[in-house]
Design a protein around this ligand. Structure first.
Ligand code: SAM
Length: 236
């Protein structure tokens, strides 16, 4: 069998510090902004010349967090409640023969910080530290297919859950001037109901926690409602 080796062209800086609570696809949470920091060999403006005329980019990346966990021919998509099995090539599951992901992201600009060239991107579904192996411009004339069939994932996941914050949590968010959209970002993440399928079937109040940026966020779920109870800043 032929095997190929690829170079990492850059790494993702993302507010998502753990897999839990990352949306299932890009574009679902516009407030999820991050950076793709180019590796030394690609730290050259020439390599990006012309990129700023595109609004969106395709990123090919490695599911590095789960790459060593192998794969199986059939998977249980969360979209189907974790009950039905589909062929891995009929899904966007992370456990694949080659642990390669594909996401379209919004390009918000090109920046150079501390000598490093980076792309500011948003709407991401990528874990912090994700290695990127290629960047390609999104071409609407060819890549946007309004009549395409979406199979068992025909529409964006439901965002029917409601979200409230304690007054203290809400005030805390408003004080984080470096992240003015923090409260809205948390709200959108929770509206997607990040809980695994088997937990959604449970009755009674449940407590959860997640890390976004360097904030630890705790909330409770009761029926279709999320209540953010606590947010605190983690040491850098
Ligand atoms: N849009 C991509 C695709 O279609 O290939 C990813 C889809 S996959 C269903 C999305 C999930 O990948 C996220 O919810 C997150 O849990 C997981 N994920 C994101 N970055 C990852 C990484 N670097 N390693 C492992 N899992 C990751």
């Amino acid at each position: 069998m032929a095997a190929y080796q690829f170079n990492v062209v850059g790494y993702i800086q993302s507010p998502y510090k753990q897999k839990f609570a990352i949306p299932r696809q890009p574009g679902l949470i516009a407030e999820a902004t991050g950076y793709l920091v180019l590796e030394n060999e690609y730290n050259d403006e020439a390599i990006l010349r012309g990129i700023d005329s595109f609004s969106h980019l395709w990123l090919l990346f490695v599911f590095h967090e789960t790459a060593d966990k192998g794969w199986s021919p059939m998977v249980r998509p969360p979209r189907l409640g974790g009950n039905a099995r589909k062929g891995v090539f009929a899904t966007r599951a992370t456990f694949r023969p080659n642990p390669i992901g594909l996401s379209v992201v919004k390009l918000d600009g090109v920046e150079r910080k501390n000598g490093k060239l980076m792309l500011k991107i948003s709407g991401i579904d990528l874990l912090d530290g994700t290695p990127v192996i290629d960047i390609k411009p999104y071409l609407p004339y060819s890549d946007a297919l309004p009549n395409a069939a979406g199979g068992f994932a025909d529409a964006a996941p439901s965002t029917a859950m409601t979200v409230s914050f304690t007054e203290t949590a809400s005030i805390f968010c408003q004080q984080q001037i470096q992240y003015p959209d923090l409260q809205l970002f948390i709200e959108k993440v929770l509206k997607q109901d990040p809980r695994p399928s088997y937990k959604k079937q449970r009755d009674g109040e449940q407590s959860y926690g997640m890390t976004l940026y360097n904030y630890n966020i705790k909330w409770t779920v009761n029926g279709e409602h999320n209540h953010v109870t606590e947010i605190h800043q983690l040491p850098e």
